[in-house]
Design a protein around this ligand. Structure first.
Ligand code: 2AL
Length: 247
C-alpha cells in the first residue's frame, strides 16, 4: 500500500515532519511518501493562502495518480481542495481535519481543538459543523503561533500549545484535536503531559487512508465526485484543462 501525504504548503521542513508522523501511523508493510506543491504559499493561515494553495495541491493529486499511489492525505487543517481532489483522484482522499474529528469522536464524547492563529478558527468551526461534529466540539482555541514558528525550537510554541490544551480541557472536552499539521510532532509529549487522548490529524489521516484503500473504498466515478467535465482553462491555469473521462 502506498500512501501519499500532501502538505499543501511549500515548506520542505514541514513536509518532512508530516511524512515522519504519517509513517508512524501506518502498518510497516505500507509505504508513505510526502510531497508538497511546486507553487503556492509557504504556509496556510488565511482564506487567500488557502485558495491559492489549491492549484498546486491538485497538481500533486494528478502526479500521485500517475504514479499509482493507493490513497492520499491532504495534510492541512483547513482540508483545502478536498472535494476537488476527490473528483480528480480514483483512490481515497482524506483530509486531516475530518480524520482528526472522526478519531476524536471514537474515543471521547466531547473534544476541543487547538489551532494556530485566531483567524483560522472560523474555518475550523465551519469544518466541525460540515462533518457533523458541532455538538461534540466544545471549543476551538488559538495559540496565536504562526504555522512556521511551530517548528522553531527557540520559540515558545510548545508551551503555548500545551497551555491552550489545558484551557480546552477546562471547557469540558475529554480529548484534544491538534489544529495544524505543524503540530504533529507535539502529539506524543502532549498525550503524556495531559493524560487525555491527543489527536494528530496527520497520523489519523494516514491510518484512515490506508484502511480505506485496504477496504477498496474510494469516492467513486458517479455523482458529485465524478471526474470533472472536459473544459478549457486559460491563462496561468491553462495546464489544468482536463481531457475528460472519454478522451
Ligand atoms: C495549517 C496547516 O495544517 N498547515 C498550514 O499551512 N496551515 N493550519 C492552520 N490552522 O494554520
Amino acid at each position: 500500500m502506498h500512501i501519499r501525504v500532501i502538505n499543501p504548503n511549500t515548506s520542505v521542513a514541514m513536509t518532512r515532519s508530516i511524512g515522519t508522523a504519517a509513517r508512524d501511523a501506518v502498518s510497516p508493510s505500507s509505504r508513505v511518501s510526502a510531497a508538497h506543491p511546486t507553487m503556492g504559499p509557504a504556509s496556510i493561515e488565511s482564506h487567500y493562502e488557502e485558495a491559492l494553495a489549491v492549484p498546486g495541491l491538485l497538481e500533486q493529486i494528478s502526479v500521485g495518480e500517475r504514479e499509482g499511489v493507493d490513497a492520499f492525505v491532504i495534510a492541512c487543517f483547513g482540508d483545502p481542495g478536498l472535494d476537488a481532489a476527490r473528483e480528480l483522484a480514483t483512490v481515497p482522499v482524506v483530509g486531516i481535519a475530518e480524520a482528526a474529528f472522526h478519531a476524536a469522536a471514537f474515543v471521547a464524547r466531547r473534544f476541543g481543538v487547538v489551532t494556530t492563529l485566531r483567524r483560522t478558527t472560523g474555518r475550523a468551526r465551519e469544518l466541525v459543523d460540515r462533518y457533523g461534529f458541532g455538538s461534540a466540539c466544545t471549543v476551538i482555541r488559538a495559540c496565536e503561533i504562526p504555522v512556521l514558528a511551530l517548528d522553531d525550537p527557540a520559540s515558545s510554541a510548545r508551551r503555548a500549545v500545551a497551555d491552550e490544551c489545558r484551557l480546552v480541557l477546562d471547557s469540558g472536552a475529554e480529548a484534544i484535536v491538534l489544529g495544524c499539521a505543524g503540530m504533529a510532532d507535539l502529539c506524543h509529549e502532549l498525550t503524556v503531559e495531559l493524560g487525555v487522548p491527543v489527536v494528530d490529524g496527520v497520523r489519523a489521516g494516514a491510518a484512515f487512508a490506508e484502511s480505506l484503500a485496504r477496504l477498496g473504498l474510494s469516492s467513486g466515478a458517479r455523482g458529485e465526485y465524478a471526474a470533472p467535465p472536459e473544459k478549457d482553462f486559460s491563462g496561468l491555469l491553462s495546464g489544468f484543462s482536463l481531457a475528460g473521462p472519454s478522451a
